[in-house]
Ligand binder design. Structure first.
Ligand SMILES: Cc1ncc(COP(=O)(O)O)c(C=O)c1O
Length: 463
């Protein structure tokens, strides 16, 4: 029988996370206050616990994973590496396509890899309640799951359009004991202010983040903190178990290295989790093409500038050096809610500046077409976010066929779509449309960053 699944034993789970900041050829530019001064750790203390702030600023290459976190991750890890042989045959490609199956976690995506870690560090610090935002609902349900495991209270602000499109994600959060409200809401002043100006807004991740931070910092007991599902260094760090496991599994499959690595990218966490251990190999001389894939409806990496911007709409976060469409940008309501974020993780952004990775953008319709090809060859129904990675995989596999090259393509299967069938239903009945950002809309949305400090795109010019 031809082998399609490559599994590791629990004892093979990585015992340390990999920190790319230690290996980047040019150092990261620091987060800033609105008047351009570097942020200090104590400024972040009302928002995050000190132990996670230490990870956020760490330049240590390997960071030990505490035993209790490993035990929680072991509920679904190591996740399988699978070979998509049926897709290969359908595409008549000489490429060998592998995917890391992160859909097998209890909430159905990669998100609990960092949710359990963040909840654990918060609990160690004496925190009783976490607040957060969620787009598609995958992150909110992952944090609800993690808080339930650790006995913490959890409050989730879910972007309005996803709240309406995906009601069962809210139910999932409630099953794990969390409280989920639609954002913008009347529960915070940031939410009320936006509702007054735009009562019918579909919402955005930037708005939901503002609401969740506001609730955390206004708890006078000091026992509430905010938790972010992507973008920040420590979140990306926690996701690196994906790539570290995949490396070992590729060896089991008899492959020396991947030629192409692909992941969809909203704030950058699943892409970084899979790719950063391979970015490290590339820095040290390996030849690998690495593609983060965004939605063409929210094209920060392919159309936005690299500069300082706020991570949220109400400007509560520090200024981060990143690719951005402007912190007030509200993307059209595509079904891939997790890709509707205006910015990109600073670490991923710096890899783009260096030329180590090359961003791609795919439309909603092309991505759903690819999701159908996937489901009709491999069988699994993917999350709408993941379908963007699959669209890129299919193009790369076709390119390998044209060039007659036996490439090894590795991608992150970041989540399943079993709670996203509403989007599939609309696609199948021809009701979905594409919306591409025009140059005029882009200029308009970038006005909010005109007077903010500028990031310097520093690079070595090696890649
Ligand atoms: C299944 C899935 N994939 C990808 C993403 C995008 O997020 P990130 O770029 O942080 O991995 C999300 C976000 O909600 C998601 O739910």
């Amino acid at each position: 029988m031809k082998q399609t699944t490559f599994t590791l034993g629990q004892s093979d789970m990585p015992k340390q996370w990999y920190n790319l900041a230690a290996d980047l050829p040019t150092p990261m530019q620091p987060p800033l206050t609105p008047d351009g001064k570097p942020i200090t750790s104590d400024m972040l203390a009302p928002v995050f616990p000190t132990n996670l702030i230490e990870q956020e600023v760490s330049r240590q290459r390997w960071i030990d994973i505490p035993e209790e976190i490993l035990e929680m991750l072991a509920i679904w890890h190591p996740t399988p590496l699978r070979r998509a042989r049926r897709l290969e045959e359908y595409l008549k490609t000489p490429a060998r396509i592998y995917y890391k199956d992160e859909s097998v976690s209890p909430p159905g995506s990669h998100k609990p890899n960092t949710a359990v870690a963040q909840a654990w560090y918060n609990k160690q610090f004496g925190i009783k309640k976490l607040t957060t935002e969620t787009g598609a609902g995958q992150w909110g349900s992952a944090l609800a799951f993690a808080c339930n495991m650790l006995g913490l209270e959890c409050k989730v602000y879910m972007v309005r359009v996803s709240f309406d499109q995906k009601p069962f994600r809210k139910t999932m959060m409630q099953v794990w004991g969390a409280n989920c409200v639609a954002s913008p809401s009347n529960e915070t002043s940031a939410g009320r202010e936006i509702l007054k100006r735009m009562p019918d807004t579909p919402g955005s991740l930037g708005i939901a983040i503002s609401e969740a931070i506001e609730e955390a910092v206004s708890d006078k007991s000091g026992k509430t903190r905010y938790s972010l599902g992507s973008v920040l260094n420590h979140v990306l760090l926690h996701q690196t178990i994906i790539g570290l496991e995949a490396k070992k599994q590729l060896k089991l499959a008899g492959e020396k290295k991947p030629d192409v690595v692909i992941g969809c990218a909203g704030g950058g966490s699943n892409f970084a989790g899979l790719s950063f251990p391979f970015v490290c190999d590339k820095i040290h001389g390996e030849e690998i093409d690495i593609f983060p894939v965004e939605s063409s409806t929210c094209p920060k990496m392919t159309k936005g500038p690299f500069t300082y911007d706020f991570g949220d709409t109400a400007k509560m976060t520090p200024l981060l050096p990143m690719y951005t469409l402007g912190h007030t940008f509200i993307p059209a309501p595509i079904h891939a809610g997790g890709l509707r974020y205006h910015g990109m993780a600073p670490l991923v952004s710096q890899c783009i500046v260096e030329g180590l990775i090359k961003p791609r953008a795919y439309s909603q319709l092309k991505s759903y077409e690819s999701a159908l090809t996937w489901a009709r060859t491999e069988g699994f129904i993917c999350a709408p976010e993941t379908s963007h990675a699959i669209a890129c995989v299919i193009d790369e596999a076709k390119k390998a066929a044209q060039e007659g090259k036996e490439k090894v393509i590795l991608f992150n299967y970041s989540g399943h779509g079993m709670l996203d069938l509403g989007g599939y239903e609309k696609f199948l009945s021809g009701k979905l449309k594409d919306s591409t950002l025009s140059d005029l809309e882009l200029c308009e949305s970038l006005k909010v960053i005109e007077n903010l400090p500028k990031a310097k795109p520093q690079k070595t010019g090696k890649w």
